[in-house]
Each structure stands twice: as structure tokens, then as C-alpha cells.
Design a protein around this ligand. Structure first.
Ligand SMILES: NC(=O)c1ccc[n+]([C@@H]2O[C@H](COP(=O)([O-])OP(=O)(O)OC[C@H]3O[C@@H](n4cnc5c(N)ncnc54)[C@H](OP(=O)(O)O)[C@@H]3O)[C@@H](O)[C@H]2O)c1
Length: 303
């Protein structure tokens, strides 16, 4: 083949690739990480469908009703857009998530999906519990995949921890002096964007952390400065922390897993993770606290 013919063929291939319609489906679409991710995709003019249980999503996005625990909804996103070929996977909040996730991944591959980006967690290895089993399943398939393994999200301070901050000016944990490299969901979204959009996935299981390692004592001191009232870190035994999480509505098995993670953190697991991170976010926790200092979730409860 002459050089000219080869180049023409490459041009044609490039043209076909660019012309091939591509749509990205985000599950967990109205959640903490998919919200900034959807914004990035919109800004980059990518075709996106957002899925959650109601199918109600903010304008100008297209929404699809989708429930991990109801297989009759699996086809709905593909009815909204038949060209979906990449999917961002946010697991349902159950411990035994592999059966529904495996069923949907298989269904999506039959529909022509070529790439999956799974939100897992820094401390969960492939084959490990929960998302680790989904990670292992993706790796066993002939598809492109990326498993994001972030540390804890800044947002937890507004969500999981805010109840006791509001009621008694306390952050409750079983993590003792364990250090954590909390990360911004905006930094995670930038990595998810690359994994979904780039022609090639460079790292199939990146560990993502924020720029600093902090204990809950240090976070409580930072939050005290930002809110202008004293917030303390109350150290709980893991069993007591499990009960707290259950009182906040978490199922018992999930609450046990979460407080078990705190015990591992107390033993230095997140600190070790930080040292082998593949990506360090640029946004700092202090900036997040400042940006949200007037949030209703942190207002001291009076009376
Ligand atoms: N928080 C952390 O510090 C942290 C750290 C590392 C990893 N992670 C992992 O991150 C994941 C959560 O991601 P996120 O925080 O971005 O999401 P999220 O804020 O928890 O949002 C959950 C999303 O999923 C949807 N949803 C809930 N149940 C559903 C179901 N049965 N079927 C379909 N959609 C459902 C929700 O919308 P509707 O309710 O409207 O359906 C919402 O859009 C979890 O797997 C967690 O383990 C979290």
C-alpha cells in the first residue's frame, strides 16, 4: 500500500470514528460525583443521559428512570438514546451489589456498550467485598473499563457527619487518630470525565486522594474556625458508631461495614493509601468548608 493510500484510509477511519455517535449514561446521576461530572460533559458538548430512580433530572439533561433493583427498568435508558456506549456506574446502596450490577452490565454489553467506569473506593481491592467484586467482574470481560478508587469525599461532612455537628457540635467517628486524604468530588469528576471520554484509559484502577492527610481532630478544629463555634471530634467504639449510623437510617450490615472501615483507618489504612495514590486532587478541604459555611446542615440546633 502506498503512503498516500494508507493516509487516505486513516483519514476515512478517523472520519468514521468521529461520526460514530457516542452517548454516555451516568447512573447515580443526581448524586455527589455524577453531578459535577454531568456538568463537565455538558460543557464539553458530549451526549449524556442521566439515570436515577425517578428519571427526573435537572434541565437541560435528558433523564431516564432506572432502578438497580428492578431489572424491568434496565432498557429505559437505551429507549431514551440507543447510541449509549459508555456508562458511569454508581452502585446501589446494598452490600450484595454484584448480582444486580452484573445483570445490568451484561444487559448493557448486549446493547452495544463498550466502556464502563465504576466508582469504587480507595480501600477496596479487586475481588474485595462489594464494589471489589464488580471490579473483578469488569476485569474478567472483554470491555474497556476503569475503576476509580477515591478516598473519602469532602461532602461527607455535610451529609454523614452533619447530624451531630448540628445537634451537639461533634463529629462522631471510630477512626481515632487515623489520617484520611479526603477528596473533592469535583476532582473525582475530572478523572471520571477522562476515563469516559479519552480514546484510551491509561490507568484502569487509579487511587485518588485529596492534597492533605487530616485526622478528624484536625478537621473538627478547621470546621470550628470556619463556623465560628467549637466543633469537637468524639471518639466512639466501633459498635457504638454502628448504632449511630443505624439511627441515621443506614441498614445494619452497611453500618457495620462503614464503622469497620473506621477501625482500619485508625490503624493507618488511609495513610498508606495516600502514599501510593495515582492522583492527588488540587482542591482543599478548607475551601469546601468555607464555600459551605452557611449550609443549613451545619446550623447549630437551638432549643
Ligand atoms: N462518600 C464517600 O466518602 C465515598 C468514598 C469512596 C467511594 N464512595 C462510593 O461512591 C458511591 C456513591 O457515589 P456518589 O456519592 O456519587 O452517589 P450518591 O451521592 O450516593 O448518589 C446516589 C445516586 O444514585 C441514585 N440511586 C440511589 N439508589 C438507586 C437505585 N436503587 N437505582 C438507581 N439509582 C439509585 C440516587 O438517585 P435517586 O435516589 O433519585 O434514585 C443518586 O442519584 C458509593 O458506591 C460509595 O461507596 C463514597
Amino acid at each position: 500500500m502506498t503512503e498516500v493510500v494508507r493516509l487516505k484510509r486513516l483519514d476515512f477511519l478517523q472520519f468514521s470514528i468521529n461520526k460514530h455517535p457516542m452517548t454516555i449514561l451516568l447512573t447515580g446521576a443526581t448524586g455527589k460525583s455524577a453531578t459535577p461530572l454531568a456538568k463537565l460533559l455538558l460543557e464539553a458538548n458530549k451526549s449524556v443521559v442521566l439515570a436515577n430512580r425517578s428519571g427526573r433530572v435537572p434541565a437541560p439533561f435528558r433523564g431516564a428512570r432506572f432502578d438497580w433493583l428492578d431489572a424491568s427498568t434496565y432498557g429505559i435508558p437505551f429507549e431514551v438514546d440507543a447510541t449509549i456506549d459508555r456508562i458511569y456506574l454508581i452502585a446501589p446502596r446494598i452490600l450484595d451489589m454484584l448480582p444486580p450490577m452484573k445483570a445490568f452490565i451484561d444487559f448493557a454489553i448486549d446493547k452495544g456498550v463498550k466502556r464502563f467506569v465504576l466508582m469504587s473506593a480507595g480501600l477496596i481491592e479487586a475481588g474485595g467485598p462489594g464494589m471489589g467484586l464488580v471490579h473483578e467482574y469488569l476485569a474478567s470481560l472483554s470491555v474497556e473499563y476503569c475503576v476509580l478508587r477515591p478516598s473519602y469525599f469532602f461532602d461527607n461532612l455535610l451529609l454523614i457527619y452533619s447530624d451531630s455537628i448540628r445537634r451537639s457540635n461533634e463529629i462522631l467517628s471510630a477512626a481515632e487518630d487515623g489520617l484520611i486524604g479526603h477528596i473533592s468530588t469535583e476532582d473525582i469528576a475530572e478523572q471520571a470525565f477522562k476515563a469516559l471520554v479519552n480514546p484510551v484509559i491509561e490507568n484502569a484502577q487509579p487511587i485518588l486522594v485529596g492534597p492533605e492527610l487530616l485526622s478528624y481532630d484536625q478537621i473538627a478544629a478547621m470546621l470550628s474556625q470556619v463556623l465560628g463555634r467549637e466543633i469537637k471530634h468524639k471518639r466512639l467504639h466501633a459498635d457504638d458508631y454502628t448504632k449511630v449510623l443505624m439511627q441515621r437510617g443506614m441498614p445494619e450490615d452497611y453500618a457495620q461495614r462503614m464503622s469497620g472501615a473506621d477501625v482500619i483507618i485508625a490503624g493507618g489504612a488511609e495513610e498508606r493509601l495516600f502514599k501510593r495514590a495515582d492522583f492527588v486532587g488540587k482542591r482543599r478541604l478548607r475551601e469546601f468548608l468555607e464555600a459551605n459555611k452557611d449550609a443549613q446542615q451545619w446550623r447549630a440546633k437551638t432549643g
